[in-house]
Design a protein around this ligand. Structure first.
Ligand code: NOJ
Length: 770
């Protein structure tokens, strides 16, 4: 053990208990500590109230784009005085080792610090944005990305990421839709749990795992009008059935922390919402990990109008159950006064401190505070060829084929002269998305670079970008199109149109891109649109006039190769939309799982029904939609039993699926349910299972889902998850609006569920037919 490390541990030595024996296979490295070596009660007993408050303080060590920039002498003095528990916006094995050294060796109690950063879709190796990763419908891909992100982030001295972001987003005007898994709670829950597993691994004390920070609990995605930070006003049922399940799934997967949302729910700001934080999260779900505020959210309790001053804000947040104050320093400056004025708060302060100390213990920091500060590991793991290869594989899996008229795709290798039009094709920065951690544009292979490398005869013209209404480049784009055999157009949004505080009032192609598209379309050349961006867009003109459309989101470092391999058929697209694409902005919010109306939408405008007069009823592209270069056929949907007890029953649903085309491809088999008659009106469809299956040409595989009766539960009129007797309709298909088989089962008796059905995984498998 290094000398400085030995000295650093002296202060703790009296508190260290003999280590519990550890199985060899549990140990990832010889220095890894067991979780129970430190007597935290003894440590807490030695802490002054000021030191306790210090543990609740998270300060910024820099800014998102200037990491570590604030770690000057004054800051180090704070650490020495025990006034800080954690830093965010910091990175680097060496600088963080030094910062940790100051905490461990030069503060009275030597309690290590927690280092955190937003590692949302990769640390140095940048993966597709989360909305794109949800389009894989492949939780294993999401888990694998998080595992790699954790490996890189931990090598750079980090213990904690503020991810996954699991807010269900049903209004694509909300810019943060890019950060989550889209509109559906069941898909969102699967992606949430997978990422938690990936970041944390099976042992949080291993040197290459980090704490997940699931955010933003609980209804941030329901912000009114899609305006970021705006309040949400929801029925208890909608909150429980739609917005909370991904959080519940993350809690069950063992997320080490949650972050509270900025916004208010039903008038109660979440950061001061005891019913939600202590009641649901800690009480009902039994969650005992760290709960962190969002940035300045404790201070913002004053702006929300529920705290008159900082002392009141500190008290409100602590009483609501918030353990750590991100950046506002309200706890740091004003909690002490609250506790001194009301000693009854001490118990809550102790609880909060204990949860933070436990997190530090679970990471193994009391045993080896420097285990995340190995500069040689840092140098070795970043952007390794394996990480890049996985980034490309996941990018390919994220791509959704929206249209392919006349099978214009895949392109022949001898496709002739290609005009590549659109500034986004050459925009490396945008592929990194709004959270890029330590990703750099130099690492990105753009569509332009990849296409020029793969194909001779590519003429690139910017034409227009998504920022400016300048139309001066359109004539050159038209000329390029005229001189080409085929046009590939990169259209959509650059990275800065989506993300935090990036709400839009219009979902149309921004800038002069519509004019550009119309002008190029008028040439009559075949057009393949590569649609980029962080949200569903309203692109009716593109859907009508382009020959093919690929939704490629913002795909990270390997964006270009992934798109080019898909264009030429080296990869067969199988992504599916995790959120509906509207026809026009006025159609949002629209979700596939809407409630039935007493007057269901009818195309006949002479009837008064639930629809717009000036729009078709359905979205442009529905939830779960996506095409392939091959075709699939479904056999009959079967159940192992048609009548099951509502209390404890199980049903196995199976369907054979065949690749009827000439290319290998993946089908995303989707299982939906409907409860047609219940004591409350139930959605017309709800996702209850999905499985991405790889099929060779001519191959048939039988896909099976096993559901408990509790998967058919809903939030009852008197609260709680109820399973009522009666028929449940099951349907299966390749999209919410491409249903190929249906059957009914009957529930008998009454049942109750313990958790939200959308948060509860459904077992699935696939096997050869016959
Ligand atoms: C505010 C954002 O809402 C949150 O998602 C993020 O983790 C923090 N800032 C820290 O950067």
């Amino acid at each position: 053990m290094a000398k400085h490390l030995r000295r650093g541990l002296v202060a703790l030595s009296l508190l260290v208990m003999p280590a519990a024996p550890m199985l060899a296979q549990e140990r990832e490295s010889p220095q890894v500590a067991t979780a129970s070596e430190v007597d935290l009660d003894a440590l807490l007993a030695r802490m002054t109230t000021a030191e306790k408050v210090g543990q609740l303080v998270q300060r910024m060590g820099g800014r998102q784009r200037a990491l570590n920039s604030r770690l000057g002498p004054d800051e180090l003095d704070r650490v020495r005085r025990g006034e800080v528990g954690s830093y965010l916006h910091v990175a680097g094995a060496e600088p963080l080792r030094e910062l940790q050294r100051v905490a461990v060796e030069e503060s009275r109690l030597g309690i290590p610090l927690l280092f955190a950063m937003d590692v949302v879709h990769g640390y140095r190796t940048i993966f597709p944005v989360p909305l794109a990763m949800a389009a894989t419908w492949d939780p294993e891909a999401a888990e694998s990305h998080a595992r790699i992100a954790a490996r890189e982030a931990s090598a750079a001295g980090l213990h904690w990421t503020f991810a996954p972001m699991v807010d269900v987003a049903r209004d694509p005007r909300w810019g943060r839709i890019v950060e989550g898994a889209g509109e559906d709670p069941f898909l969102g829950a699967a992606m949430a749990a997978a990422q938690v597993r990936g970041f944390q691994g099976s042992d949080l004390s291993a040197a290459d795992t980090i704490m997940a920070g699931t955010k933003h609990f609980g209804a941030y995605g329901a912000a009114e009008g899609g305006r970021d930070y705006a309040g949400a006003d929801l029925s208890e049922r909608t909150l429980r059935e739609t917005y909370l399940p991904p959080f519940e799934a993350a809690a069950r997967a063992g997320t080490a922390s949650f972050m509270t949302a900025f916004n208010a729910l039903g008038g109660v700001p979440t950061t001061g919402n005891a019913a939600l934080l202590r009641g649901v999260l800690r009480g009902e779900w039994g969650y005992d990990g760290v709960l962190l505020s969002d940035w300045h959210a404790i201070e913002e309790l004053m702006a929300h109008g529920v705290a008159g001053d900082r002392v009141a804000a500190a008290r409100l947040a602590l009483e609501a159950g918030v353990d750590m104050d991100m950046v506002s320093d309200v706890y740091g400056q004003d909690l002490l006064a609250s506790v001194e004025a009301d000693p009854a708060l001490m118990a809550q302060l102790d609880e909060a401190v204990m949860r933070i100390l436990k997190a530090k213990r679970d990471l193994g920091l009391f045993t080896d505070p420097y285990k995340y500060h190995d500069a040689s590991r840092e140098a070795a793991v970043m952007l390794s060829p394996e990480h890049r290869a996985e980034a490309r594989r996941i990018a390919e899996r994220s791509i959704v084929l929206l249209k392919n008229e006349g099978d214009v795709l895949p392109l022949a290798k001898s496709a002739g002269r290609i005009a590549l039009i659109g500034a986004l094709a050459d925009d490396a920065r945008s592929q990194l998305g709004s959270w890029r951690a330590r990703g750099v544009e130099e690492d990105v292979v753009t569509l332009r670079a990849a296409l020029e490398a793969a194909h001779r005869g590519v003429a690139f013209v910017r034409g227009a970008d998504s920022r400016s209404s300048e139309t001066g480049g359109i004539a050159e784009a038209v000329a390029a199109a005229q001189g080409a055999d085929l046009v590939v157009m990169a259209l959509g949004e650059d990275f800065d149109w989506s993300g935090e505080a990036r709400s839009r009032s219009s979902l149309e192609l921004p800038g002069a891109q519509r004019e550009l598209f119309e002008a190029v379309a008028a040439t009559g050349k075949p057009i393949v649109v590569v649609l980029m961006g962080g949200r569903p867009l309203a692109i009716p003109e593109v859907a009508e006039k382009a020959d093919a459309v690929l939704a490629t989101w913002l795909l990270g470092d390997e964006a270009g190769p992934a798109v080019v391999r898909t264009l030429f058929g080296d990869a067969n697209p199988a992504g599916r939309l995790p959120a509906s694409f509207p026809r026009t902005t006025g159609q949002v919010p629209y979700t596939y799982d809407h409630l039935p109306s007493g007057r269901p939408a009818d195309p006949d405008l002479a009837k008064d029904t639930a629809r717009y007069m000036d729009l078709p009823i359905i979205p442009l592209y529905g939830f779960g939609y996506g095409l392939s270069y091959t075709t699939f056929a479904y056999g009959p949907l079967a159940v192992d039993q048609a009548i099951i007890p509502a209390d404890g029953g199980r049903v196995t649903v199976s369907v054979p699926v065949t690749n009827t085309g000439a290319r290998p491809g993946d089908e995303v088999v989707q299982l939906y349910m409907r409860d047609p008659v219940a004591s409350v009106s139930r959605p017309v469809q709800q996702l209850r299972g999905f499985r991405r299956v790889a099929l060779e040409p001519g191959e048939t595989r039988v896909v099976t889902f096993t559901l408990d009766a509790a998967h058919f539960a809903f939030w009852g009129q008197n609260g709680g998850w109820v399973v009522e007797p009666g028929i449940i309709e099951l349907s299966v298909g390749g999209a919410s609006d491409a249903i190929h088989g249906r059957t009914d089962i009957t529930l008998v008796g009454q049942g109750r569920g313990r958790a939200s059905p959308a948060s509860t995984p459904v077992e699935s498998s696939d096997r050869p037919a016959g």
